[in-house]
Design a protein around this ligand. Structure first.
Ligand SMILES: [Zn+2]
Length: 550
């Protein structure tokens, strides 16, 4: 920057505290001498001037009142008057760290305690504006910067990367976005879409995508928990011993504590984008792996230790997420906290915003378990795409999956995760060998390091099991369509060919358990049953469900 001409010809503003004598000015001009000016440093100094007039009882030091304050010229005794200019308003902005405390006239201790500020946040145009004026005053007065960190934001452009302008008609007003998607969605988009310094594209659709991809995933996970916790009257004060906790719970708690550690470190480094994206990844894993793989633990009827462990673990994840998210999405965080914590514990802090930020318990972090689970996720994802490629329904069990990994460590890790992989891929056996993958079988975005090959032979036993699963799926959909509650018991009726009859007999207990059917009856449905015709693998099937009263 060049010199800062900070006088301005305005009425509004901080009056420039400089007085001059008109008659001395005229003489100095005539003699080609420099003009003389007096800079007055305080009201006290002004009051002590000889022949002072107009200051007594003056409570407002702005124009026009201050312009009436005069005193005697020390050279010639004529009237000293204030110059008419006010100070550039950027000077006031730059004086903020001092002016807010009326320093140095008051609050010296408070000022010293707060100076320099931890951080400041403004957009990039303030580099030559506020950031600069703060810097200038602080260096002049304190010989040091007045802020230790700065988050400097890039400008917001429209969805196509054009600058927003009224004449182009591409301006998105905040109100539209707030009304459509909410303040938390807007905040989350701005935090996570790109690092603070980058310019960012902006539109209502981009913010709505945040709602779909992140907020709804979080909300659905929370809502899943609340639904079942209410059915089972789960009490979060019930303690569960960490020892003997199922692997899936130990895994998500390991991920959770790693997350707390990493988010805290990112925020300490003023990196909200990195922190937000890590939370996003965790919520995906929580929903798509932990909750999906734990669903049956919540669904089953017996209230055993395993179910308690699942509730306690998911509860801990959600409460910790509420606290982690509090600075990012204050409204959703508060909603989660009020319902999960305050509704059961009136002695808890009144608001999530009054609680301490979570602290990581690194003793719960298990790097090996994290790596092994990641491997199981990768294999499952590769296996699912192999299934899709072979056009095999997920519900059709298969005999075997062959996995080629790179090392003994991966082999051991995957064998340890075998039961999860079997369930994920709906296969009976997994064979893990070490070797260099022959072909680059990859799901999108995964490096060609692991090879997954499915045995696609289906014998009658496997086909029957697949049919049983298909029937369960159809019945569960019908339960929903009929408007039954999740916990309602039903009677099931069916009409179909040989394979249907055989499967209904041989897989009776499985089908009954999965669909909460007290009975499976062959024959036409009674009055009041919800009936539907289906075509399964070319066979006509009529299924009917009826709620058991009482
Ligand atoms: Zn004079």
């Amino acid at each position: 920057n060049g010199d800062w001409a900070f006088s301005r010809e305005r009425d509004w503003g901080t009056p420039l505290n400089i007085w001059h004598c008109g008659s001395c000015d005229a003489q100095n001009l005539a003699e080609r001498k420099p003009l003389e000016r007096e800079c007055v440093g305080s009201v006290e100094e002004l009051k002590a001037k000889p022949g002072i007039s107009g200051i007594e009882g003056l409570s407002d030091l702005h124009r026009p009142y201050i312009d009436e304050v005069t005193y005697d010229c020390p050279q010639c005794g004529a009237e000293m008057r204030r110059v008419p200019e006010v100070i550039d308003c950027w000077f006031d902005s730059g004086a903020m760290p001092f002016a807010q405390w009326h320093y140095p006239f008051e609050n010296q201790a408070l000022f010293e305690e707060r100076f320099p500020a931890d951080y400041i946040c403004e957009a990039v145009d303030q580099t030559r504006g506020w950031f600069y004026s703060l810097h200038a005053l602080s260096i002049l007065l304190k010989e040091q910067p007045c802020f230790s960190n700065v988050i400097c934001l890039g400008h917001i452009l429209d969805a196509t990367g054009e600058k927003m302008s009224k004449s182009k008609g591409n301006v998105v007003t905040p109100e539209e976005v707030l009304d459509a998607s909410g303040a938390d969605a807007l905040r989350w988009y701005l935090y996570t879409s790109s690092p603070p310094g980058n310019v960012r594209r902006f539109s209502g659709e981009l913010v709505e995508e945040v709602v779909r991809k992140f907020l709804l995933t979080l909300w659905n996970t929370y809502s899943f928990f609340v639904t079942y916790a209410n059915i089972d009257k789960f009490d979060p004060r019930t303690s569960v011993s960490q020892e003997g906790l199922p692997e899936l719970d130990r895994w998500i708690l390991s991920e959770l504590n790693q997350l707390v550690d990493r988010v805290t470190r990112s925020l300490d480094q003023y990196d909200p984008t990195g922190a937000g994206r890590m939370i996003e990844d965790f919520v995906q894993d929580l929903s798509n792996w932990y909750v999906r793989r734990s669903r049956r633990r919540f669904w089953k009827s017996e209230n055993d230790a395993d179910k308690q462990a699942a509730y306690t673990t998911l509860y801990q994840c959600l409460v910790t997420l509420a606290k982690l998210l509090a600075p990012f999405t204050p409204f959703i965080a508060e909603e989660l906290y009020q319902n999960l914590v305050r509704s059961v514990d009136k002695s808890a802090a009144e608001s999530v915003h009054l609680t301490d930020y979570p602290q990581a318990d690194l003793s719960q972090v298990d790097e090996e378990l994290s790596a092994d689970t990641r491997l199981a996720m990768t294999v499952s994802s590769l296996g699912r795409s192999a299934r899709a490629k072979a056009n095999l329904k997920v519900r059709q069990p298969l005999a075997k999956v062959l996995v080629k990994v790179r090392s003994k460590r991966e082999q051991a890790g995957l064998n340890r995760m075998a039961s999860q992989v079997l369930e994920e891929l709906n296969v009976k056996r997994v064979d893990v060998t070490i070797g260099v993958p022959a072909t680059a079988v990859t799901a999108e975005g995964l490096p060609p390091t692991i090879e997954v090959e499915l045995d696609t032979n289906i014998d009658q036993k496997l086909a029957d099991e697949g049919l049983a699963r298909e029937l369960v799926h159809r019945l569960q959909t019908m339960r929903k369509q009929a408007g039954f509650d999740i916990a309602d018991y039903i009677e099931t009726y069916y009409q179909g060919g040989d394979s249907i009859q055989r499967v209904m007999r041989e897989f009776a207990s499985y089908i009954r358990q999965e669909t909460l059917s007290q009975t499976l009856t062959q024959g036409s449905p009674p009055d009041g049953a919800f009936a539907k015709s289906h075509t399964i693998d070319g066979d006509e099937v009529v299924l009917a469900v009826k709620r058991v009263s009482g």
